[in-house]
Each structure stands twice: as C-alpha cells, then as structure tokens.
Design a protein around this ligand. Sequence first.
Ligand code: DGP
Length: 115
Amino acid sequence: MAEETIFSKIIRHEIPADIVFQDDKVTAFRDISPQAPTHILIIPNKLIPTVNHVTEQDEQLLGHMVIVAANIAKQEGIDESGYRLIMNCNKDAGQEVFHIHMHLIGGKNLGRLIG
Ligand code: DGP
C-alpha cells in the first residue's frame, strides 16, 4: 500500500490550499512555491505514487487531468500565450511528493526546456 502524502489531506480539505478546481476524479490547486505567475498542480484524487505506477486502468483519469489542465489554462488566460505541463518521476526528475501531479506552468516566457 502506498503511503499518503500531504496531497491527500488537500484533496480532503483537511489542510488549506488554494483549490481552483475539484471533481470526483481530480483536484487542482496553486503550488505553494510558484515558479511562474501561473503554477497549478493537477492531481488525481486516487493515490498513485509515481508515473511508474500508472496502469491502463488509469488511461481515462490521465486524459481527464490533461483536459482539466487545458480548461484551467483557459481560465487563467494563458491558453493562447502558452504554458507547460510537467510530471516529474522519481529522484533524477526531482519528484518530492509521491502522489502524481501535473504542473501547469505559464504566464511568462518559459524558455526552452532542454538545450
Ligand atoms: P515535485 O518536485 O514535482 O514533486 O513537485 C512538488 C510540488 O508540490 C512543489 O512544486 C511544491 C508543491 N507542494 C509541496 N507541498 C505543498 C503543499 O503543502 N501545498 C501546496 N499548495 N503545494 C505544495
């Protein structure tokens, strides 16, 4: 059994977070340490520790996370200027919270990701 993280408490509203969207599948809230004017985390309500733990059963859920991210980008007014979606997996990617999350980052020119 994977261990719960602070994100489970955010999903259950047990600790404060600036939640911008929630439904029965996902929760989206502003990152506590924003790297850009818009920095929102989209997470599944179900605990999946890393991208390595995603299964075919999660296909719809992951697709839903992307649709929610795109809707929030529109709400934030950055859909046309552009944004980046990032999911970090394990140590080399710097994953700190072991409950998968998609970073939605934008509101400024983000530069090239690589190179
Ligand atoms: P990662 O490095 O991909 O695991 O990113 C984890 C992100 O989660 C990091 O950008 C900071 C954010 N974060 C960690 N703890 C909290 C919290 O308690 N509240 C909020 N809103 N964000 C958090």
